[in-house]
Design a protein around this ligand. Structure first.
Ligand code: 13P
Ligand code: SF4
Length: 303
């Protein structure tokens, strides 16, 4: 492992490359990552970097967003088949049908979507700024794609001030979490705080103590004086919290809560793409010009 890490670090220097890693990645990826965080943070980094090469340890839509935001950089995805099952639920045609059924409404697009979908939407959001973005739009009614649960969670936070028509997409990993899991965690760990990602079903987010993006969940634990936390999101967050806060008790809401696509990346894959520069992300220029407007509109709000 040390040898691999050394080789990757040497190549990063010689090629002026950086490695961005989402916090659902296998935890050993952090050994070589320059930046680790949630989707919003990583897009902000990608939009500002001076590196020539960005290796994105994450899933396809994340690397594609990095390419849209940094079109003159070479963006490499260590495992080209690492997709997102939620993003796959919404094709361009399905989006067009959804918009045609609900005409003339502003369409907010969760970053977990393809560039083709982003190109047809008005503004992007991530799980950490979805509420802020929808508030800033100042509309009575909007469309939200593809995650129905994030959209419905935002609507609930706004107490009926905005009607949010959501596309019926979801994250299969987060939908494994059931309200019974929250209830039994409370029974087993009555002193705990239960922290959930907004991609969870609303029957889970309704009864969690805190709802936030992966980075928001991590900073909640960091800044809290409490000692016991139950984590209702992908295992990568639980693993990092256990590593970073050995004096706190970190409990996954259930075992094996993994996103299979996020777990495809290995250190060997990272070394391989750095050596070969294979798996480069390319976006059709016409799509890219329109899709980047959707991302830029979001970054204008979340600077
Ligand atoms: P974050 O916005 O918290 O990084 O989440 C991305 C994601 O894919 C969650 O499933
Ligand atoms: Fe997509 Fe869910 Fe995996 Fe996130 S956890 S990348 S939403 S499939």
């Amino acid at each position: 492992m040390n040898n691999l890490v050394e080789k990757i670090n040497t190549l990063k220097k010689t090629k002026n490359a950086i490695i961005l890693a989402h916090c659902y990645q296998p935890v050993e990826i952090d050994l070589v990552a320059d930046y680790v965080g949630d989707s919003l943070y990583l897009s902000q980094v990608a939009s500002k970097t001076n590196a020539d090469i960005i290796v994105f340890a994450g899933v396809y839509f994340m690397a594609q967003s990095a390419k849209l935001l940094s079109p003159d950089k070479k963006v490499l995805l260590p495992q080209i088949n690492a997709g997102c099952r939620m993003s796959d639920m919404l094709s361009l045609n399905q989006l067009k049908e959804f918009k045609a059924k609900n005409p003339d409404l502003t369409c907010v697009c969760y970053v977990n979507s393809t560039a083709e979908v982003k190109a047809e939407c008005d503004i992007c959001c991530t799980s950490s700024n979805a509420l802020e973005i929808v508030k800033k739009l100042n509309k009575d009614k909007i469309l939200f794609v593809p995650d129905t649960y994030l959209g419905k969670w935002v609507e609930k936070q706004l107490n009926g001030g905005v009607e949010i028509i959501t596309y019926p997409g979801f994250c299969p990993t987060h939908l494994h979490i059931r309200p019974e899991d929250v209830i039994s965690a409370r029974r087993l760990y009555p002193e705990s705080k239960i922290l959930a990602h907004p991609e969870c079903h609303m029957s889970v987010t309704d009864i969690a103590d805190f709802v936030g993006s992966t980075a928001q969940i991590m900073s909640y634990v960091k800044n809290s004086n409490e000692k016991v936390f139950v984590i209702a999101t992908e295992q990568g967050v639980t693993d990092r919290l256990k590593r970073d806060y050995p004096d706190k008790k970190i409990i996954p809401i259930k075992q094996d809560l993994v996103c299979p696509n996020m777990k495809m990346t290995s250190l060997e894959d990272i070394l391989h793409v750095l050596e070969t520069e294979n798996n480069e992300i390319i976006v059709n220029p016409d799509v890219a010009t329109r899709a980047v407007k959707c991302l830029d509109a979001m970054l204008e709000v979340s600077k």
